[in-house]
Ligand binder design. Structure first.
Ligand SMILES: Nc1nc2c(ncn2[C@@H]2O[C@H](COP(=O)(O)OP(=O)(O)OP(=O)(O)O)[C@@H](O)[C@H]2O)c(=O)[nH]1
Ligand SMILES: [Mg+2]
Length: 199
C-alpha cells in the first residue's frame, strides 16, 4: 500500500440483534467494546469525521444493537452495546450477555478496541469483559477515553496504570473525542490491522 492509511469513506450499514443477522463477513472487522457511556460511539464518529454517524448520548445504554459501519468500502467498524449501566433490567443484562457471546464466538472479529475511562479504575464489569476477550483470543488494543478530563501530564500515566489494573500489558492509547488526542495513533493502528493478512 502506498502512502499513509486514512479513513476516506464511512457509512452506516446495518444493525444486528439477537437473531445474529450479521452482514456478509469482510476480511476485517474491528469491534469496539466497553462499558456504557465510555465513548464507543463518539470514538467512531471522531475517527470517521462525522459527528452524526453513530448515535451518542449522555444517557448510558444508548447503543442496544450491534451497529455495522462500512469503512473505505472494505472493512467494518462495529459499535457494540455497552455494559454495566445501572438502569438495565435483569432480562436486558441477559440479552446483552447472549448478544456478546454470540458475536465474540462467531469468529468474525479480527480485532477489538476495548475502551476504558482514563479517570477511573476498571470496574468489575471491565474485568469480566477483559477475561472474555482473553478467553475468545481476539487481538485487542486498549484505549483510555475522555483524556481531556485529565491534565496533559497525567494522561499517559493513568492510561497505562488502568491498563495494568485490568491485567493487560500496561499500555493504553489516551483518546479524546473532544480534542482529537489519540486519533492519529488509532487510525494508524487500524491501518496496520487492515493491511495485515491482505495480499
Ligand atoms: N469530555 C468527553 N466526553 C466524551 C468523550 N467521549 C464521549 N463523551 C461523552 O460521553 C457520553 C457518552 O458517549 P457515547 O459515545 O454515547 O458512549 P457509548 O460508549 O457509545 O455509550 P453506550 O452506547 O450507552 O454504550 C456523551 O455525552 C459523550 O459526549 C470524550 O472524549 N471527552
Ligand atoms: Mg454507543
Amino acid at each position: 500500500m502506498e502512502g499513509i492509511f486514512a479513513i476516506q469513506q464511512a457509512s452506516f450499514l446495518t444493525s444486528a440483534g439477537m437473531e445474529a443477522r450479521y452482514p456478509d463477513a469482510l476480511a476485517h472487522e474491528i469491534a469496539i467494546v466497553g462499558k456504557s457511556n465510555v465513548g464507543k460511539s463518539s470514538l467512531i464518529n471522531t475517527l470517521c469525521n462525522n459527528r452524526k454517524l453513530a448515535r451518542t448520548s449522555q444517557q448510558p445504554g444508548k447503543t442496544r444493537l450491534i451497529n455495522y459501519f462500512l469503512i473505505n468500502r472494505s472493512f467494518y467498524l462495529v459499535d457494540l452495546p455497552g455494559y454495566g449501566f445501572a438502569k438495565a433490567s435483569k432480562s436486558e443484562q441477559k440479552n446483552w450477555g447472549q448478544l456478546m457471546e454470540q458475536y465474540l464466538s462467531s469468529g468474525r472479529v479480527s480485532h477489538l478496541f476495548m475502551l476504558i475511562d482514563i479517570r477511573h479504575d476498571p470496574t468489575q464489569d471491565d474485568l469480566t469483559m477483559f477475561r472474555y476477550l482473553l478467553y475468545y483470543g481476539v487481538p485487542f488494543t486498549l484505549i483510555a477515553t475522555k483524556s481531556d478530563k485529565l491534565s496533559r501530564a497525567q494522561r499517559q500515566i493513568m492510561a497505562n496504570s488502568n491498563a495494568k489494573k485490568l491485567g493487560a500489558p500496561p499500555y493504553a492509547i489516551p483518546f479524546s473525542a473532544e480534542s482529537g488526542e489519540g486519533k492519529a495513533e488509532i487510525i494508524k493502528r487500524i491501518g496496520d490491522i487492515v493491511d495485515l493478512g491482505e495480499e
